[in-house]
Design a protein around this ligand. Structure first.
Ligand SMILES: C[S@@+](CC[C@H](N)C(=O)[O-])C[C@H]1O[C@@H](n2cnc3c(N)ncnc32)[C@H](O)[C@@H]1O
Length: 313
């Protein structure tokens, strides 16, 4: 299937990473391969790119692209970047270091448009928001079996949805009658639980769907686990670049980079350093980088994108 995904902030990523001939990179979120291809183009045939994705389909489709384009030295790994170091060590039998590591978080347009999955709330799709087949069934498990309070917490914390309590209550009421199995059913339950006008800019189900996707794939905890591993896998002066699409992810990246750029992380009231923490990175995007108006217009999906880059000391 030809990919419809347009890579976001790709020129800025290349500008910050400055890939040089023969260098090594990890693309932690292969998707349709936009970043992998751009890195390969810049760093040449001898460069090594490890491209990871949790989604088996993304991996098999890019395998075809590699064949078609006769690309050299791109190695694909199916797995979660939450286990980044193990994936790399598993592949090489030892830890090797990279010049750059990129993350382009969330989901691709191809996943969103896939009729066999339930990322979009188009009617009649199975309620399945898992990136990997290994997690199949997880979204329905959450919606049909988690306690009301757990549902409420997911929808409020990961969706930042002000009507989380009403939505969780209605889900629990409805699932008593019949298990909720499709995106269309969940969408109509949400429409029935919140004030909703067809003229609203964003559909009232948007935040709940985002929350369930984040919970299904444990997206925030995987990001938290991956960032220190990425720093550890970089050569000195190597760079880690992260593109995120909502405030929760961006906050994790911002706070992690800030903390790792400090020589001491003791509480302000400590009269002398007791943590022994040493700065591991310097943040090279002083201000968060966002797409140009031109990119936002050409690719509306890029609207909420935020890029932060740190360089290993
Ligand atoms: C926004 S897309 C990447 C698009 C890619 N940069 C491109 O230009 O084609 C994000 C991808 O990351 C994958 N993904 C999300 N969480 C992941 C994780 N924890 N480990 C590995 N892949 C993950 C998704 O399956 C999806 O294919």
């Amino acid at each position: 299937m030809a990919s419809k995904h347009i890579p976001v902030l790709i020129d800025q990523i290349i500008d910050y990473l400055q890939p040089a001939e023969g260098q090594k990179f990890i693309d932690c979120t292969l998707g349709a391969g936009g970043y992998t291809l751009a890195l390969k183009k810049k760093a040449g045939e001898q460069s090594l790119i490890m491209a990871i994705d949790q989604d088996e389909k993304a991996i098999s489709e890019f395998q075809e692209v590699i064949k078609e384009k006769s690309l050299k030295n791109i190695f694909l790994i199916n797995g979660s970047f939450g286990k980044l170091k193990n994936l790399i060590i598993g592949r090489f039998g030892r830890k090797i270091e990279f010049n750059g590591i990129v993350f382009d978080l969330g989901l691709s347009s191809d996943q969103l448009n896939d009729r066999e999955r339930g990322f979009s709330f188009q009617d009649g799709r199975p309620l399945d928001m898992a990136f990997s087949h290994k997690e199949e069934g997880k979204t329905q498990e959450i919606v049909n079996h988690y306690k009301e309070q757990e549902l409420l917490t997911i929808i409020r914390n990961f969706g930042e949805e002000r009507y989380a309590a009403r939505i969780a209550k209605k889900i629990v009421e409805e699932r008593k009658k019949q298990n909720i199995k499709t995106t269309g059913k969940l969408k109509s339950i949400i429409e029935d639980s919140v004030p909703y006008s067809r003229h609203q800019k964003i559909h009232p189900a948007t935040k709940t769907f985002q929350a369930l996707r984040i919970a299904t794939n444990e997206e925030l905890s995987n990001l938290q686990k991956a960032l220190p591993q990425a720093i550890d896998l970089l050569v000195p002066t190597g760079k880690v670049a992260v593109v995120s699409y909502h405030s929760l992810e961006d906050r994790i990246v911002k706070n992690f980079f800030r903390q790792e750029a400090k020589n001491c992380i003791c509480p302000p009231e400590a009269w002398q350093c007791q943590c022994g923490h040493k700065a591991k990175v310097k943040v090279i995007t002083k201000k968060v980088v966002t797409p140009t108006a031109k990119e936002k217009q050409a690719n509306p999906r890029s609207r909420s994108a935020k890029l932060r880059v740190a360089e290993k000391i």
